[in-house]
Design a protein around this ligand. Structure first.
Ligand SMILES: NC(=O)c1ccc[n+]([C@@H]2O[C@H](COP(=O)([O-])OP(=O)(O)OC[C@H]3O[C@@H](n4cnc5c(N)ncnc54)[C@H](O)[C@@H]3O)[C@@H](O)[C@H]2O)c1
Length: 260
């Protein structure tokens, strides 16, 4: 089975930076043509400049159901049928429950859960009609282990994981595979925003060592992930090498959750 994605058309959300940008790059390197989408246009333009015709940049807010339907419709009419969809767009609001505002809760679910629903429904419905396709949702290892200050984020990601598994069951007989990739701490703007120590090396050391007072185990493999580590797992799951894998949740967290 080949890992090559030559001739495939992929849609990626949250593609402007971080893990989404790495996913676009990794898919393009395997030969896929990629529709890179995000609410932030700058990173998309840079990706399109780097990859030429192979990456098509389109603005998209995944919280807007009608906009998602319209974009998927336009992409399929102009570029052809989508073979691959990757949900990467996500936001994180850090606060203990007592301080968590209604807007923080709703905004988190609007992107991390509703957005996954909108994009997954629009893309897999069409894939199922054609009898083939692959979808990956990038969730988080926080979906599988309690974390202080991350209740809304973790709950929204847990919902996205179970949604993706149920969807995978519904469309399996029609040749569409749906999996999740659950990263641990990964070096991106989202991760840096959580770091309280001024010095990045010191902040990374604290994450790797863990903090028993905060019930964090640290990272057994001793490093923070690069976005490319997460992108590699995504590329595997959408490739034919994973043709017999669906409804799987692949943790890419250096062992941080001890897979408890
Ligand atoms: N970085 C980590 O440590 C880590 C760990 C676990 C899971 N994740 C998950 O990986 C994914 C990517 O995270 P990242 O670290 O690259 O974060 P990031 O903040 O660097 O990038 C997230 C991207 O999503 C986009 N986005 C936000 N709201 C959007 C919306 N409504 N519509 C479309 N795009 C939107 C942002 O503009 C941004 O480009 C997220 O779903 C995140 O929850 C990250």
């Amino acid at each position: 089975m080949s890992a090559s994605l030559a001739g495939r058309l992929a849609l990626v959300t949250g593609a402007s930076r971080g893990i989404g940008e790495a996913v676009v790059t990794a898919l393009a390197e395997q030969g896929a043509r990629v529709v890179a989408t995000d609410v932030l246009p700058e990173g998309l333009r840079a990706l399109a400049r780097t990859h030429g015709d192979q990456v098509v940049a389109r603005p998209l807010d995944v919280t807007d159901s009608a906009a998602v339907e319209s974009l998927v419709d336009t992409v399929e009419r102009e570029l052809g049928p989508l073979d691959i969809a990757v949900n990467v767009a996500g936001i994180l609001r850090h606060a203990d429950v007592a301080e968590l505002g209604d807007e923080d809760w709703r905004a988190t679910f609007a992107v991390n859960t509703d957005g996954v629903f909108h994009v997954s429904r629009a893309t897999t419905r069409r894939m199922a009609e054609r009898g083939h396709g692959a979808l990956v949702t990038v969730a988080s290892n926080a979906a599988g282990i309690p974390r202080a200050g991350l209740s809304a984020y973790a709950a929204s990601k847990a919902a996205a994981v179970m949604f993706t598994k149920c969807l995978g069951l519904e469309v399996a007989a029609r040749g569409v595979r749906c999996n999740t990739v659950s990263p641990g701490s990964t070096l991106t703007d989202m991760q840096r925003a959580l770091w309280t120590a001024g010095d990045e090396t010191e902040a990374a050391r604290r994450v790797i060592e863990g903090d028993l007072a905060a019930h964090r185990t640290g990272i057994p493999l001793g490093r923070i992930a690069d976005p490319a580590d997460i992108a590699d797992a995504v590329v595997f799951l959408v490739s034919d090498r994973a043709r017999h894998i669906t409804m799987h949740d692949l943790y890419v967290d250096g062992g941080a959750t001890l897979r408890a």
